[in-house]
Design a protein around this ligand. Sequence first.
Ligand code: MN
Length: 711
Amino acid sequence: MDLSHLLELTRAYLSSDKLAVIRQAYEFALKAHEGQLRRSGEPYLQHPLETAAILAELKLDAASIAAALLHDVPEDCNVPIEEIEAKFGPEVAKLVDGVTKLSQISGQVAEKPSRDDLQAESLRKMLVAMAEDLRVVFIKLADRLHNMRTLEALPLARRRAVARETMEVYAPLAHRLGIGRIQSELEDLAFYNLEPLKYRHIKHLLTRREAEQELLVKEAVDMLEKELEKAGLKAKVSGRSKSIYSIHRKMERYAQLGRNLDDIHDIIAIRVLVDRVEECYHALGIVHSLWHPIAAEFNDYIATPKENGYRSLHTTVMCFNVPIEVQIRTHEMHESAEYGLSAHWVYKEGAKQDEFGQRIARLRQLLEWHKEITGTAQFLELVKADVFQDQVFVYTPKGEIKNLPAGSTPVDFAYHIHSGIGHRCIGAKVNGKLVPLTTYLRNGDTVEILVGKPGKGPSRDWLNPNLGYVNTSRARDRIRQWFRKESRAQNIEKGREILEKEMKRLGITLGNREELARSFKYEDVDDFYAAIGYGDLSASQVTLKLAAQEEQPKVKGPLPAAGTAPLGVKVLGSGDLLTRLAKCCSPLPGDEIIGYITRTTGVTVHRKDCPNVLHEKEKERLVEVEWGRTDQLYPVWIRVDAWDRVGLVRDITTVVSNEGVNIASMKSLGHGDNSASVFLTLETKGVAQLSRLLAKIEAIGGVTNVVRGSE
Ligand code: MN
């Protein structure tokens, strides 16, 4: 591999002005790695070049190719990332930095001799979570693929460790990202290094049958091609042998069923590529009329895509008394299956560079961007739910990965390890540095808990939600259990003290204690105090209730069910079309609007600046609309940020109702730092009224910000 070969690969899909940065990255890497050799004896530069070439085959953008060329420069040549940023800009620098960080994690873990499946799964998730930008994961996969191709140079023990990690972590990761091409090569290479005898056995089996099979495949392909042509279908038919590792897995499944190796005939497969989805089913019918299908071996992954977004029809048929697997899919599905998410990544000529860069900078944005793509969206949804929103992955000092809810603190971590550690926790080090116990843990942190004397108990402050020591229910439960074991007298005393302190701070008077205790379902005031003492009831729950009694908001009747009533919108140039207001942007009379013709529910009315409209690909489905009569009420959602104080909610509701606006729903949320947000759904007559109202709310004491948004 040399530069000109790489440029040739990239020129196939990138415009020539994009090649400059690749050339520049090459020159830089050439200098940086000068004199360095790989274990195999070849110049080190071969490795980044080959890595970049793998990505060029996946048609990744120029920034990814440049980053691949530079990926080992910071670590192996001691070039600071700042220098790369100065030379190549923040996008490339971020990618390079991301790859360096991932390599550090996986390096750490590869050192550990054995890991269970859970650890492997955690690591896969952590890699994705840490990467932030999925392009980093692609570069890492390409890096690993080239290292696997050249594994021979390493000593045996190291080879096996890397192969195992590849099998446990990287191949499944490629699978989840839907890059079939990289997945099967990684699996075969890892299998070869882990089970050389089995590998050779299958390889031998395949070679022995090669001649016989080639003939069979050729005949079958010819036959099918003819039939498809007769039916007027434009299709591309090809035959291939399955990957060695996939045959191995099939053999294992067969062995479990007590069947012999020689029963495995369907080691060949025929692939049919057509243009449109309907043609897939048409082709399927032709295959089944030509050869007899084995009923149990049919899968419709088009109707029900695999979790990673894979779509195809799979059927096994008897052809010349031999079972053959036939896969039928569209060209587009095929691209997706081979290149996975990277297929959606290909640099789009014509898209503005800035816009493109911004959109793919973070996976989150990508999630929005690709939510229309079935399968992919499903997968990304999974990743999002799995990784981004609610989990954080951290290390114990021994290098084990622990998986905690996002927002966890060192105290949560301590209780996650063991309640004994939690109770004795007096401090924590994150990545070797002492940190406050309220610190949020981040992906990849190594957390060490400092413990006090045995018998030391937790602090009551940990139960105060406003102080933020504890954010998992597990830790909270364990702490309460500890305090529950204390003497009743102590808990009552503590509870009274906590409540009085809190009331004083907020300037609330307590009134009738028996009544208050009963409102929380405690017959006895002492029980009530004790519950606060051991944390079953928090002082803020009590004060919130008292405050709420003072400020019951007036809520008027419910809205007409959103979006169903005939609305004051006219669709231009057509008759009576059913219209509804889009929930994403909740347009109001006075807003510039546009209609979107849905497949089933008529026309949805969006604001013209709604991101869903701006990113709509099928522009022909957009239709001009205008506001008709405006005496109707429209729902709008607003958020008020303010310093929390008694009477805040009352003041807001007063201003709203003085303006003659209805409140359809309202909720407030304290942030634990004396600030709060109040969320209201209002029924207004339009933008003019709303803007008047927002100005008035902004003038309320303590309010810092008012925004209109979508729910
Ligand atoms: Mn590398």
